[in-house]
Design a binder for this molecule. Structure first.
Ligand code: C2E
Ligand code: MG
Ligand code: MG
Ligand code: MG
Length: 284
């Protein structure tokens, strides 16, 4: 009895049981999905609310299976990180993003920077960052046309790795944004010590902005810090015009959210970027 119980306990603690059967199935099919191009970025615009123009787009991974099923990042990014496959996945996303940037420039007269989300696992060896830079050169994409987003939580936990990567990327002329700003336990310390280009204010503050004075105060303070530090600021998760206008009054012009558009396949993004979007009527 006791031996059996102990054996069971140990069995549940060893690594391969960290994954459910479903997760193991997904992990096993992931390399082939990458090879077949089933994992690709959708693109969500960041709009300058002052002018109504698209000023950047974020590449957000989608897994589109052969049967048409669409999986969102929540269903496979964390899993790929835990399963040691995130670098493989990231390489695929990077390829797509750089090729897309090259095509937009060459064929659509569209020179909008594309933001890529990297995980800390992607940065632990320097070769992925080097690969990204080399890929841009190979496709004739200026470094300023690709941006990188790193989450605040990972920047806090893996400070040195992120600090080094940000230095390399910025030396190469790439902008690096601190993603989900305000959700870690050392936001200001990260901003103080790592030379990010800008911040993406987390959705949790934006979502409650209309009726929560505390969120309002935090957004205003973040805007002031960004201005004083010379950082760009993007508000994420903006879903309605009222919130957009309120942000505009606070000096936030760069808006990303369903109010303008959801993440979409590249061809739709081109059409979207070629139209002017509703701009703020208040003067800034
Ligand atoms: P994120 O980088 O903070 O990206 C923003 C997320 O908010 C996206 O979710 C986007 O679809 C969603 N969003 C944008 N506007 C709105 C809005 O108005 N309302 C609401 N409710 N949501 C909005 P998504 O695409 O599901 O991605 C989730 C997270 O997965 C991303 O958060 C990012 O951390 C991660 N991720 C996505 N693609 C990649 C990737 O290629 N590599 C890595 N390492 N992580 C990725
Ligand atoms: Mg992001
Ligand atoms: Mg974010
Ligand atoms: Mg996020």
């Amino acid at each position: 009895g006791l031996v059996f119980h102990l054996a069971r306990r140990i069995w549940t603690l060893i690594p391969h049981t960290r994954f459910s059967a479903e997760e193991r199935r997904l992990l096993r099919s992931l390399p082939q999905a990458v090879a077949r191009g089933e994992i690709q970025p959708y693109f969500q615009p960041v709009v300058d609310a002052g002018t109504g123009k698209v000023v950047a787009v974020e590449a957000l991974a989608r897994w589109i299976k052969a049967d048409g099923t669409l999986l969102s990042p929540g269903q496979f990014i964390g899993l790929a990180e835990r399963g040691g496959l995130i670098r493989l996945l990231t390489k695929g996303i990077i390829e797509h993003a750089v090729r897309t940037a090259a095509a937009w420039r060459a064929h659509h007269d569209l020179d909008i920077p594309i933001s890529i989300n990297l995980s800390v696992e992607d940065l632990e060896a320097s070769d992925l960052v080097d690969h990204l830079i080399a890929l841009c050169d190979q496709h004739g994409v200026p470094h300023g046309a690709i941006r990188v987003e790193l989450t605040e939580t990972q920047s806090i936990v893996h400070f040195d790795v992120v600090d080094r990567a940000v230095a390399t990327l910025r030396q190469a002329g790439m902008a690096v944004y601190l993603d989900d700003f305000g959700t870690g336990y050392a936001s200001l310390s990260v901003l103080h010590r790592i030379p990010f280009t800008g911040i993406k204010l987390d959705q949790s503050f934006i979502r409650t902005l209309r009726d929560d004075p505390r969120a309002d105060a935090i957004v205003r303070a973040s805007v002031a810090i960004a201005q004083d530090l010379g950082l760009s600021l993007v508000a994420e998760g903006v879903e309605d015009w009222e919130t957009r206008d309120r942000l505009g009054e606070m000096g936030v012009r760069h808006i990303q959210g369903y109010v303008y558009a959801r993440p979409m396949p590249a061809p739709e993004l081109i059409a979207f970027a070629q139209q002017a979007q509703p701009a703020l009527t208040l003067s800034l």
